[in-house]
Design a protein around this ligand. Structure first.
Ligand code: SF4
Ligand code: SF4
Length: 354
């Protein structure tokens, strides 16, 4: 059994007058390991979905008589279509029958945010995971990651909200046009973009610049640009879950703030309510003093394994519910896919603006 580090081994200072007990190595490793396992699970699931969709498209293009099933979960790549469907749901009451999985996944991400802040970004999203690992590689190369000065960081943080506003404005303004024209074959359009190289030089340059930036600073796409993260951040403000600090036990070592990927001043707050907090539990993992920094909801401590279980239950539970209530499978027919998919190779003749 790992030895318990007594309070004298924890950094000095702090106004605490209660006994401070250090945390074991095993306790400190629990949260990062659990999160890595959940991230890997969703990343592998994503790879499997992409592969299955690729097989489906390949079979259509080859004119196969019987097609492998089209994976509805691949609609995870249609967050904009999902938000369009959400707007359609709110304005008409109709649950999108064309891309119900895209809508379900948006609702699952929103539900996760209500429960556990922006946990979707740190636990579920494969882009978030890859961005994080890419930046970790940068940290390994340079020995550290760089943070932008506050005067540059603050305005850049607003960028993702501006992008979100831009998309929401377009969705609300175009309303049914987007729903009927853009949404219908969004999955084929997206596939055409990435697998048939129709995304163009601009996208390659943009992705390269983001990757270069990400090797010097932590996940800039997620921090500054992702409109989906901005949307979930807004919902996370209503979450009862908070990282809470016991000021009496705290030694003011500053490790939590130093390691927080969102650059939040955790060591100076009683609880973290920021829309930037992803419930990644990095601060909880590095805090050297037991029962000082915890994820809490409704006054109760949420241990890392409970947090992981909650993320999985919220996200997969919503998907399971959608499956059993018939809100997962698209009503697009095989014949329609056979008609539309070959068009994506020959340029912008899709029946929508893609
Ligand atoms: S406050 Fe803690 S849980 Fe929130 S983003 Fe920072 S390190 Fe992660
Ligand atoms: S809460 Fe932060 S500052 Fe306080 S002991 Fe833990 S890591 Fe150090």
């Amino acid at each position: 059994m790992a030895a318990i580090v007594k309070d004298r081994e924890a950094p000095e200072a702090g106004a605490g007058n209660r006994e401070r007990v250090g945390r074991t190595r095993r306790e400190r490793r629990e949260a990062p390991r659990l999160r890595l396992a959940v991230e890997l699970f969703f990343l592998l699931l994503t790879v499997a979905l992409v592969w299955q969709y690729h097989r489906f498209v390949g079979a259509v293009l080859a004119g196969a008589e019987s097609l492998p099933p089209r994976p509805n979960g691949a609609e995870a790549f249609l967050p904009i279509a999902g938000v369009i469907s959400l707007f359609h749901l709110l304005t008409t009451g109709e649950y999108d029958p064309v891309h119900p999985a895209a809508l379900t996944l948006v609702l699952a991400a929103i539900a996760t945010s209500f429960l556990l802040r922006k946990a979707f970004c740190a636990w579920v999203c494969p882009v978030g995971a890859l961005s994080e690992w890419w930046s970790a590689l940068g940290k390994w190369c340079w020995g550290r990651l760089f943070r932008l000065p506050r005067w540059a960081d603050r305005p850049l943080l607003a960028l993702k909200y501006l992008l979100l506003g831009f998309f929401l404005f377009g969705i609300v303004r175009a309303g049914d046009y987007y729903y009927y024209e853009f949404d219908r074959h969004a999955d084929v359009g997206m596939y055409g973009y990435w697998f048939w190289g129709r995304y163009g030089v601009t996208m390659i340059v943009f992705a390269t610049l983001i990757a270069l930036w990400g090797i010097f600073t932590h996940a800039p796409w997620c921090r500054y640009l992702c409109p989906y993260g901005a949307l979930l951040g807004i919902f996370s403000r209503f979450s009862p879950a908070r990282i809470a600090r016991d000021a009496e036990r705290c030694t003011n070592c500053g490790l939590c703030a130093h390691r927080c990927p969102a650059a939040l001043p955790v060591d100076r707050l009683a609880s973290v309510g920021s829309a930037e907090c992803t419930a990644c539990l990095t601060c909880v993992a590095v805090c050297p003093v037991r029962d000082t920094l915890d994820l809490r909801a409704g006054g109760r401590r949420l241990a890392p394994r409970r947090a992981a279980a909650l993320v999985l239950a919220a996200f997969l539970g919503m998907i399971g519910l959608a499956m059993v209530t018939g809100r997962w499978r698209s009503n697009l027919t095989e014949a329609e896919y056979r008609r539309v998919i070959p068009q994506m190779r020959t340029g912008p003749r899709m029946p929508h603006r893609w």
